[in-house]
Each structure stands twice: as structure tokens, then as C-alpha cells.
Ligand binder design. Structure first.
Ligand SMILES: Cc1cc2nc3c(=O)[nH]c(=O)nc-3n(C[C@H](O)[C@H](O)[C@H](O)COP(=O)(O)O)c2cc1C
Length: 301
């Protein structure tokens, strides 16, 4: 019997829902699907407090591990495929995901195994996936493909709806804004990936999995979003250094600086990002060929 291990962390259950729909056809095809949910020792509360949300920023950007509850695969022996489902926090893998990737037990589960990643973020996942891909390889795993299901609303619209969702726990449509998170039709639509994965697991043709997934729209990268992510990551590195600069000598300085950052980031997103959006679009036009080549490389496994 073929066996698949699903490792994941989902805070509100959106990613769990996505993974459940992807793996249901595998179970129906007679494949054993085992679950390994990651649990932080200190759970992250939902909805978030304003400061609590921004206070995880430095560790997200610095890829600093947090303690996880002990974890084991439900059954012994190597799996035919590992699915690593994760979300993005501040352009990086969520803290529990990062903790797993730097955990001494990660190589035990990943070494020599094909690993398919499934990401369910707002819309910015590309640079995080490059990092995760490197960590999977460093643990001896073989990245074989990626599915990214995103919120298709405009960038600023999804920022507003996600803020209401994360801080008030409200996902429903309001005023002119749509429901927060990934659209229901897109969540339902991920079921199409299941039979493709099942077929390649059963036939042992995992190397052909990613092209088959891409042909059904498993991951798309907008050149402008790629430039925007790079810029934002560069700026995030500077903010992390600023927030932690005096934290050793004066621990209260961290929270003061996090509060300052929490006020500055919305300004950066709503005022600076539309302005820089213009130069991003210009760069996208000027560097079109180079960006397309880069995107093709990122999407190839
Ligand atoms: C602290 C935090 C930071 C986030 N930052 C980003 C981000 O930079 N880019 C993005 O696309 N989504 C971001 N999100 C949204 C998540 O990737 C995810 O879609 C959302 O938290 C729901 O996932 P869940 O399945 O864990 O509930 C962030 C969420 C949290 C809690």
C-alpha cells in the first residue's frame, strides 16, 4: 500500500481545509494518508492582539525557531510522498513551519523522501518557498513540486479583509469588501490536484508530478509581485535589526519598537506601496524577459 504523510500547521483551519480537499481523492484511491499536525509549545491565540501579531515579526524574518510539542509520524518506515502544508507569516514560512524545518527530527522524516509543498497564504509566497525548498533539500528531502492557493482579491483589498479576519476573527463580506481569505470556489477547486497526485504516487512517477500540476494551474507568479516581495524582504531585514537593536540591554525597547513598526507598516503598505507599485510595473516591463526566465526556474522542480 502506498503511503503519504501530511505535515502542516494551520491556525484558523483554512490550510487544513485545503489539504483535506487535496488528499481526499488519495484516500479514495486506496492510498494511506497520515497526518502530522505541528503544535507550538505555546499556542498562538486567534484572533490576534494587535501587538501580539506584530511581535512575531522579528522571529519570522530571522527564521528563529520556536519550541514545538514533540512530534512523530503516525507509522514507521519511509513514506512514498511527504506533503508539507504551510502558510506565510511576514513573507516567510509561519513560525511553526520554520521550527519544523530547523528541528533535528526533520531529516528523519524528510531524508530521501519526495516532498510536495502546499501553500495557502494571502498572496505573497515566492521568496518563502525558495527558502523552504532550500531547507527541505538541506534535510535530505527532494522537493518535487508546489501548489500555491492564494486570495485572488487585489493586494490592498486583501490586506483590509485579512486585518479584520486576523484581529476580529471576522471572515464575512462587509461594505464593499469580499469575504476574507481564499475564495470558496478556489478552495473547492483544489480537489482537482488530488487525482493527479494519486496517479503519480501509485505509478511511482513522482518526477512527472510538477509539470502535471502546473498544467492545471497549481502555481502562478506575477512578475510585479516578485519584485515587490524582494523589496519588502529587504526592508523587513532592516526593521528586524531596528526592533532587536537594543533588546539585549533593554528588553522593553523591543515592544516599544514593535508598536512603532505596527503603526508604520500600514502606512508603508497603503501609501508607499501604491507609489512604488508604479516603479515596480516599470521594472516589470524593462526586465520582462529576465523575470519570466526567473519565474520559469522557480516553478521548475
Ligand atoms: C502573523 C501573520 C503574518 C502573515 N503574513 C503574511 C504575508 O506576509 N503574506 C501572505 O501572503 N500572507 C500572510 N499571512 C496570512 C497567512 O499566510 C494565512 O493565509 C492565514 O494566516 C490563514 O492561515 P491558517 O490556515 O493558518 O489559518 C499572515 C498571517 C499571520 C498570522
Amino acid at each position: 500500500m502506498k503511503r503519504v504523510l501530511v505535515i502542516h500547521y494551520s491556525q484558523t483551519g483554512q490550510l487544513t481545509d485545503v489539504l483535506g480537499r487535496i488528499t481526499k481523492p488519495l484516500v479514495e484511491a486506496g492510498i494511506q494518508v497520515d497526518q502530522l499536525p505541528l503544535r507550538p509549545e505555546k499556542p498562538f491565540l486567534f484572533p490576534w492582539s494587535w501587538t501580539g501579531f506584530f511581535n512575531v515579526f522579528p522571529e519570522c524574518v530571522g527564521h528563529d525557531p520556536i519550541p514545538l510539542e514533540p512530534f512523530e509520524a503516525p507509522t514507521e518506515g519511509p513514506y512514498d510522498l511527504v506533503i508539507l502544508g504551510y502558510t506565510i507569516w511576514f513573507l516567510n514560512p509561519s513560525l511553526p513551519t520554520n521550527a519544523f524545518l530547523s528541528h533535528p527530527r526533520a531529516p528523519v522524516l524528510l531524508n530521501g523522501r519526495p516532498v510536495l509543498t502546499v501553500i495557502a497564504p494571502r498572496n505573497m509566497w515566492v521568496m518563502a518557498q525558495e527558502y523552504v525548498r532550500g531547507r527541505i533539500s538541506a534535510a535530505g528531502g527532494k522537493p518535487v513540486g508546489n501548489i500555491a492557493v492564494v486570495d485572488r482579491s487585489g493586494n490592498l483589498t486583501s490586506v483590509i479583509t485579512i486585518i479584520r479576519w486576523m484581529f476580529r476573527g471576522k471572515k464575512d463580506p462587509f461594505l464593499v469588501f469580499p469575504r476574507a481569505g481564499i475564495r470558496q470556489e478556489d478552495i473547492d477547486g483544489v480537489a482537482r490536484f488530488g487525482p493527479i497526485i494519486a496517479e503519480h504516487v501509485k505509478k511511482g512517477t513522482i518526477a512527472e508530478l510538477n509539470p502535471a500540476l502546473l498544467a492545471t494551474g497549481a502555481a502562478r507568479i506575477a512578475p510585479t509581485l516578485l519584485i515587490l516581495e524582494r523589496r519588502a524582504l529587504f526592508v523587513f531585514g532592516k526593521w528586524r535589526r531596528f526592533i532587536l537593536a537594543k533588546a539585549d540591554r533593554d528588553p522593553s525597547s523591543r515592544i516599544r519598537r514593535v508598536k512603532f513598526f505596527s503603526r508604520a507598516l500600514p502606512v508603508l503598505i497603503f501609501i508607499v506601496s501604491p507609489i512604488s507599485g508604479l516603479s515596480v510595473r516599470l521594472m516589470g516591463l524593462l526586465r520582462g524577459a529576465r523575470l519570466r526566465a526567473e519565474i520559469a526556474r522557480i516553478l521548475t522542480y
